[in-house]
Design a protein around this ligand. Structure first.
Ligand SMILES: Cc1cc2nc3c(=O)[nH]c(=O)nc-3n(C[C@H](O)[C@H](O)[C@H](O)COP(=O)(O)OP(=O)(O)OC[C@H]3O[C@@H](n4cnc5c(N)ncnc54)[C@H](O)[C@@H]3O)c2cc1C
Length: 240
């Protein structure tokens, strides 16, 4: 499927943490979006390179599931001085936002009852959130484990949503680990790589989906390969 141009309008902006915002875009043209959970849109932003201004695309994954066709949610953390994230963070309700969609192949493969392991760092949670909500809302009973790494308590968001999903769906388990937690934190500590092997008692038929920074993806992929998972069972989306 080739990418097509789309026009949308901001209908809600939520500040999730000091540097993460969620933006809801109402589709104008076309009025509904057909995409697969895990795909992304490309937003055109003006950037300055070597003193010259030019338009360039920045990819942003869709946080909402494909069932929600007329409003999509994006979620971005602010990279200081970065044109794409600064543009998204400057958006106000009512602003029209053109983008290209649907893009990307980071989508859930396989079928019931194959177990799924999701590992995210930072906003790498965005496509994974769409995948998990999509699977659960379509009645999947595949065992799903999500391990998400953030830095500090004040960086946490979407926690209530994942905890509610874990309560409602016994097949879904969720763990958050903080690499710079305060002494008050009662959950897991350290980086995702320190917990990954505890989260997967067996790799039999396991499929893994990793999203976030390259260093995490490299390390987790290596650990899973050493544990016996094959390359084709490890899917990843590198944000940076
Ligand atoms: C397929 C895909 C989907 C993506 N989806 C999302 C998404 O849903 N949410 C999101 O926040 N980002 C996402 N990104 C990253 C996003 O496209 C931009 O790279 C990011 O917003 C920075 O762009 P910028 O123009 O603000 O800064 P730039 O000037 O382009 O980047 C400056 C530097 O910031 C670092 N950086 C890039 N992304 C991040 C980040 N997320 N956190 C911390 N440092 C970063 C890199 O080292 C980069 O070199 C995605 C990337 C890809 C490839």
């Amino acid at each position: 499927m080739s990418a097509r141009k789309c026009l949308s309008k901001v209908i809600e902006v939520k500040r999730l943490t000091v540097d993460v915002k969620e933006i809801s875009l109402k589709l104008i043209d076309p009025p509904a979006l057909a995409f697969k959970a895990g795909q992304y849109v490309a937003i055109e932003v003006m950037e300055t390179r070597d003193g010259h201004q030019r338009l360039n695309n920045r990819p942003y994954s869709i946080a909402s599931p494909p069932e929600e066709k007329d409003v999509i949610k994006l979620c971005a953390n602010l990279v200081p001085g970065g044109p794409g994230s600064t543009f998204l963070h400057s958006l106000a309700v009512g602003t029209e936002v053109p983008f290209l969609y649907p893009l990307g192949f980071f989508i859930v493969k396989g079928h019931e009852p194959t177990p799924l392991l999701f590992v995210a760092t930072g906003t790498g949670i965005v496509p994974i959130k769409s995948m998990i909500i999509d699977l659960l809302s379509r009645g999947s009973t595949r065992p799903m484990m999500l391990l998400w790494g953030l830095r500090r308590e004040e960086d946490c968001y979407y926690q209530d949503e994942f905890e509610a999903l874990a309560r409602q769906h016994p097949s879904f388990q969720y763990d958050l680990t903080l690499s710079q937690a305060s002494s008050r934190w009662r959950g897991l500590r350290g980086r995702v790589t320190e917990h990954i092997l505890d989260e997967i008692p067996s790799i039999e038929n396991l499929e893994a989906y990793l999203c976030g920074n390259m260093a995490m993806i490299k390390e987790v992929r290596l650990l899973l390969l050493e544990k016996g998972l094959s390359k084709k069972e490890i899917h990843f989306e590198k944000f940076y």
